[in-house]
Design a protein around this ligand. Sequence first.
Ligand code: EPZ
Length: 417
Amino acid sequence: MDKLRIQGGVPLEGEAHVSGAKNAALPIMCAALLSVEPLRLAKVPQLMDVRTMAKLLRQMGVEVSPLAEGRLALRAARITDPTAGYDLVKTMRASVLVLGPLLARCGRARVSLPGGCAIGQRPVDQHVKGLQAMGATVTIEHGYMNAAAERLRGARIVMDMVTVTGTENLMMAAALAEGTTLIENAAREPEVLDLARCLVAMGARIEGAGSNVIRIEGVRSLRGAEHMIMPDRIETGTYLAAAAATGGRIRLLGAAPKTLDATLEKLREAGARIRVQDSTIELEAAGRPSAVSVRTAPYPGFATDMQAQFMALAAIAEGTAVITETIFENRFMHALELQRLGADIAIQGNSAVVRGVERLQGAAVMATDLRASAGLVIAGLLADGETIVDRIYHLDRGYEALEKKLSGLGARVARVS
Ligand code: EPZ
């Protein structure tokens, strides 16, 4: 089990390149199932979750060939086994994204229920409800969803709540359905729009992606295409929060600033000076950050995936911040670990009241989920002394070359096995 050893107290300085977005790459890899022709991707981040998705697709008969740096070719010439087994699905809930494409392509699919994870129960009822509205029969037996449909039919689907992968699954299924599908109360996340762009390049007819009403006119088949994955807005926000927390000055290259407006706004509120120029974001911290309250919400609101990072920032800020998590029911585990570093945090329901302290003291902490780990790394970077973050496989799932990029920004971090 790898750990990260961090010597804190060093402001981040310098520049780093933003990687491709994990949460765009994963659904877009599944889109390859919708065509017999090759899908060629660029700027695919080298991450554990991407390798897991590649393994899952290969098990179904998809050829997945990593090419040069960040390029990936996928070809689902034929699908030998439309199944996603529990062994892989339990390690990555995004595996559920094969359900819609498999149903659309093969007319059947057997996908393990993802099961919960550290941050919550993570149900997929909206995915199932939407597919049933499109004519699929879905039964749940022995922990698996067994779905079947002669040919999916277009339908008007009103989502009960905003779900990112739910929207993505249904958009992919609708691309090959007979007739037109309307997805209302759709997720507006940039990753949904990036997937739609890739599907349109493959010949899909989609309007409204990125808004809360998406209209998909089904076609008989989709062709291959080339697509460049969008920059990762959560990775970008994570490094910016780390720079603001450590009183540093960094420049991020190859970013998509318009996809993280809420985060940039909150960092400015915390006192950071931010300059945006095309795909470059520069942040210069102004000494100790001011406390900033955040409330997570679906896009374009403040991203739940940035909540842990902002709790670490709040831990040493001037003043008191209230951090409210409205998306997941159990996404404060990092608070308990931050308290071990000396943070003053009181949890009240789905809110955490964080009273900023002058300094945190380094200690041994344990990562519980991907973004909680990022929050702990930020705390380690700003704490006095040494912090050891354990179970950093969580980080490897979502942050490409993390210690390399941090070291490049002057941080004193090392991976220890
Ligand atoms: C996506 O997860 C992201 N993952 C998550 O990022 C992100 O935190 C989340 O969206 C919210 O932005 C990927 O894109 C691969 P949801 P997803 O369905 O789609 C409830 C990371 O760190 N819900 O939008 O699984 C659900 O329980 C990960 O990269 C239902 O009740 O999240 C949650 O409370 C973590 N029924 C809320 O909706 C459903 O059928 C939002 O979940 C679906 C969801």
